[in-house]
Design a binder for this molecule. Structure first.
Ligand code: C2E
Ligand code: MG
Ligand code: MG
Length: 898
């Protein structure tokens, strides 16, 4: 009988000595201990493994029986008789069974050695019983303790019985053959006893190795330490057995105190083992706290550290950590001899011992009764013994840690282990909580730094990060392009469709920009509707322009939002490094200037040039001066350009044209300052000035006996503001001017751009009797059909079509067809820019209703105009006549043709 069994810490690998102790000979039991949960009990891999083991067992049994019947000791009796054979057999059986059932376990350097003292009854039996009876005693004792006490499976019991049988019969043969006629208590007897014990040991070891091989496992290799320990313990058992035999030989009663002393020593040793284990637990607890104190504060690696430590301290084969905060998905990390699993999500099933601990916050101990099949848990999987303790956050359980299966099966978890484990987990809770707090802090720091460097709305880098990236690009790259993009008329989207749509539009634009640059540049949002790009490694501005065109194509694809289809365009300015500067601030400023020029020129992209700068400087200067001029009102004045009625030839009304004469900079053309005013948002002040001044003048003319209409230019953007109606109305009432004397002119392109917003205001103005005219008609691409839907009264054909009328056949066709169409829609037509009589005559011939132009009069001061009108001014021109010529038809003035 093997005296020493080691149960090493190895978890998955087959420990050959366990074969006998735990009877781990079914293929199922030789598989690695299940570490993944809810794996079904593994099926015996193949029936032939089972058959082979049974075959081997049967062979051993047959050999044993054959040796008993035909062996050299066949028929031999006991060497000496102490009691009658049945009594002696009973004594041997009982002591043998007790030795097998309760081995002494030695814990040394993480290994547990099981010390089976069965050699003592065996040697006594070899002397005081007939050899065959010794074999029978061994078989009965093993059968009793494995089948009844430990309730092993049939196959294991059968193997263990056969193994003990053959080892004992071999021991009996060796003993009797070596002993011969010598006394058992002589040196020869001692040698024979030692040889018999070694023979048993070797024989049993061999059978275990065979069965290990049969079940497809490789027997564990024992290190020198284990081999030495085994040899020493074999020697100790051997000596003990010989001492007991000698005592029994000399005086059987002497064995009683001897056995008593042995029992006391074993008892004391067991007590000592418990104490030392408890002490080592305390040591472990201390080590554990220390390890946790210095552990990695990364929560997942901290969890693995915790699991590794609890496995060591609890001498468990595996452990699991389950986190189940109410706010998150339950998840777990497992640890076994193969290492840690990743974090995996799980569902908390109420039946699980883990769920129960999390629900109650109470630790619990779960041991499967000896002989029962292993327990199965929906989370922890298959286990024999388990201890679960809750992970607490203050007073709330937020998870649990479970350790499963002791390294050595003979020593399941007990109440002391539960207490120790609960303490460990409480320590772990604190450490994990600390790791979690650190993670939270880290997350907060990360998100704060993200917030500080990114735009909240679009998630793009913000100005701060843009400046950093641009500076880095300038350092690293030979050529950098800085692009500033400004969405055209974005303010109108916000004003008319609301900020929610505006925000969504910005996000969509951000996405499109990102998609279009596809990693070639950093895209940032600098604020409002302004985006910026840093493009590295470009030296040719054309390349940057190309990229901007690509962006524009992407942006111009219609954007559908809440049933509306929006088309977005952007104006871009580009500054190149190193040509236009080598620091980010300067480059941004220059890209900004280029962008303004692009907006002004209604182009999409402009590369910075020195000219722009002067332009910009003048604009900035004029902007400041204009604000001042509007405050004082002294530098601004109005000129009036008359408009004649083609039918009656009377002066029907005048167009008020704003003039700015600066004391220092002189005359500033309206084209220049109106543009600046539009960009600076000063247009409403200019409109108010012109309206007031114009209406006041109309009142003065009325007093002078002149009743005349007034046309005022209004910027398209103003029609988005409902206050315009109130402002115009107040002005008319202030000077008591009938609404139908006032015409508001707005350019075609402007009104089309703001159509949605403008419609309501236009209708309200129209309802008050104020007339509306479309200025510069023909420069945009709007369809008359569309304009007709608005409450528009008149159409002013742009002077580019009119000025050259006599020489441009195509203009004649355009003018003629425009007049025809406008009339068919019930609109009056005015032609501006008529500079000569022939033009006027041609316009009249084309049935134009009103004419404005230098031919009739240049814009005049109010007083001059008053005098001019009172002097009987008329729109005078001679009608044209058609004279056929070689080309078809030419028009000539009647007066000139004679
Ligand atoms: P507009 O509204 O189309 O005004 C007509 C412009 O054509 C005036 O230029 C006028 O002097 C010019 N013009 C009239 N007849 C002839 C002609 O026979 N030949 C030529 N070559 N030009 C002629 P002006 O006064 O320089 O105004 C330019 C533009 O400035 C105006 O174009 C208008 O868009 C804007 N503007 C002028 N005053 C105001 C104002 O008070 N408010 C707003 N919003 N815009 C104004
Ligand atoms: Mg006008
Ligand atoms: Mg015009």
């Amino acid at each position: 009988m093997g005296a020493i069994r080691t149960a090493t810490k190895s978890v998955g690998s087959m420990d050959a000595t366990k074969v006998l102790e735990e009877g781990a000979i079914t293929p199922a039991a030789t598989l690695p201990a299940p570490t993944r949960p809810v794996t079904p009990e593994p099926e015996p891999s193949t029936w032939h493994v089972t058959a082979a083991i049974y075959g081997f067992t049967a062979a051993m049994a047959l050999v044993t029986i054959a040796l008993c019947i035909f062996g050299p000791q066949h028929g031999e009796g006991p060497i000496r008789v102490l009691f009658s054979q049945p009594v002696m057999a009973a004594v041997v059986c009982v002591t043998w069974a007790a030795a097998v059932w309760a081995p002494v376990s030695l814990h040394y350097r993480g290994n547990t050695y099981l010390f089976v003292l069965a050699e003592v009854p065996m040697l006594i039996g070899l002397v005081y019983l007939s050899p065959n009876l010794v074999v029978l005693c061994g078989v009965v004792a093993v059968a009793f303790s494995f089948a009844l006490l430990r309730r092993q499976a049939v196959i294991k019991v059968a193997f263990n019985i056969a193994s003990v049988g053959i080892s004992t019969v071999v021991a009996a043969i060796v003993y009797r053959e070596l002993l011969g006629t010598s006394s058992p208590v002589s040196p020869v007897g001692w040698g024979a006893a030692a040889a018999a014990i070694i023979a048993t040991e070797v024989c049993m070891d061999s059978t275990v190795r065979v069965v290990t091989k049969l079940s497809g496992q490789t027997a564990e290799r024992r290190g020198p330490l284990q081999l030495t320990a085994q040899a020493l313990l074999t020697l100790a058992t051997m000596c003990l057995a010989i001492v007991v035999l000698n005592a029994a030989w000399l005086n059987p009663w002497a064995t009683i105190p001897l056995l008593l002393v042995a029992a006391l020593i074993i008892g004391a040793y067991r007590g000592y083992t418990r104490l030392s284990l408890r002490f080592s637990s305390l040591q472990h607890l201390y080590d554990f706290s220390e390890t946790m104190g210095s552990a990695n504060l990364e929560p997942s690696s901290m969890s693995v550290d915790v699991l590794k430590e609890v496995c060591t301290v609890m001498r468990a084969r595996r452990a699991e950590l389950i986190l189940a905060e109410p706010s998150g998905i339950p998840r777990r990390i497992s640890f076994d001899d193969r290492g840690a699993s990743g974090i995996e999500p799980i569902t908390l099933d109420d039946s699980s011992i883990i769920s129960q601990t999390i629900a109650t916050g109470e630790p619990s101990l779960h041991n499967t009764p000896a002989g029962d099949p292993p327990s199965v848990d929906s989370i922890a999987g298959t286990y024999r013994d388990a201890v679960v303790a809750p992970l607490m956050n203050r007073h709330t359980p937020i998870g649990a840690i479970v350790v499963l299966d002791r390294d050595e099966e003979q020593d399941p978890f007990d109440a002391d282990d539960l207490r120790l484990f609960t303490t460990l987990v409480a320590h772990a809770s604190t450490s994990l909580e600390r790791a979690r707090l650190v993670e939270e802090l880290r997350y907060e720091v990360d998100s704060k730094s993200h917030q500080a460097t990114h735009d909240m709305l679009t998630g793009l880098p913000n100005r701060i990060l843009f400046l950093t990236r641009a500076a880095a690009a300038l350092n690293e790259s030979g050529g950098v392009a800085i692009v500033l993009l400004d969405i055209d008329r974005f303010k109108d989207v916000n004003d008319t469709l609301g900020h929610a749509i505006g925000d969504r539009l910005l996000c969509e634009i951000a996405e499109r920009l990102l998609r279009a640059v596809s990693g070639r540049a950093t895209v940032a949002r600098l604020g409002g509707d302004e985006f910026a790009l840093v493009i590295s490694d470009v030296t040719d501005p054309e390349r940057a322009v190309e990229i901007v065109h690509e962006l524009n194509i992407e942006m111009q694809r219609p954007i559908k939002m809440d049933g509306l289809t929006l088309a977005v365009t952007a104006s871009a300015g580009i500054a190149m490094a190193p040509e236009h500067g080598d620091d980010v601030a300067l480059l941004l400023q220059r890209a900004d200037i280029a962008m303004y020029v692009a907006k002004e020129r209604r182009g999409t992209v402009e590369v910075y040039s020195g000219e722009h700068d002067q332009n910009m400087q003048r604009r900035l200067m004029l902007g400041g001066l204009l604000t001042h001029a509007l405050e004082t009102g002294s530098e601004l004045s109005l000129m009036y350009q008359p408009i004649g009625d083609v039918t009656s030839r009377d002066i029907a009304y005048v167009e008020a044209l704003c003039r700015w004469n600066h004391p220092e900079h002189g005359f500033i053309p309206p084209e220049e300052f109106i543009g600046i005013a539009e960009q600076m948002g000063l247009i409403p002040q200019i409109t108010d000035f012109v309206l007031n001044e114009g209406c006041a003048q109309l009142a003065r003319w009325r007093d002078a006996g002149i009743t005349i209409g007034l046309a005022v230019n209004v910027s398209g953007r103003e029609f988005a503001d409902i206050n315009l109606v109130e402002r115009v109305d107040t002005c008319l009432r202030r000077y008591d001017i009938p609404a139908n004397l006032l015409t508001l002119e707005v350019t075609e392109t402007e009104i089309m751009a703001d159509l949605a917003a403008a419609t309501k205001v236009l209708y309200e103005l129209s309802a008050k009797g104020i007339k509306l005219g479309i200025d510069d008609y023909g420069t945009g691409h709007s369809s008359l059909q569309y304009l007709h839907k608005l409450p528009v009264n008149e159409l002013k054909i742009d002077r580019s079509f009119v000025t050259n009328l006599p020489n441009e056949a195509s203009n004649r066709i355009i003018v003629r067809s425009t007049i025809l169409m406008a009339h068919s829609l019930g609109l009056y037509v005015i032609a501006e820019g008529a500079e000569d009589e022939l033009t006027c005559a041609m316009l009249a011939e084309a049935e134009c209703d009103f004419i404005q132009g230098y031919y009739l009069s240049k814009p005049q001061k109010a007083d001059d105009l008053q005098e001019w009108i009172l002097g009987g001014a008329k729109l005078e021109f001679a009608p044209v006549t058609k004279i056929p010529d070689s080309e078809g038809a030419a028009l000539m003035l009647m007066s000139k043709s004679g």
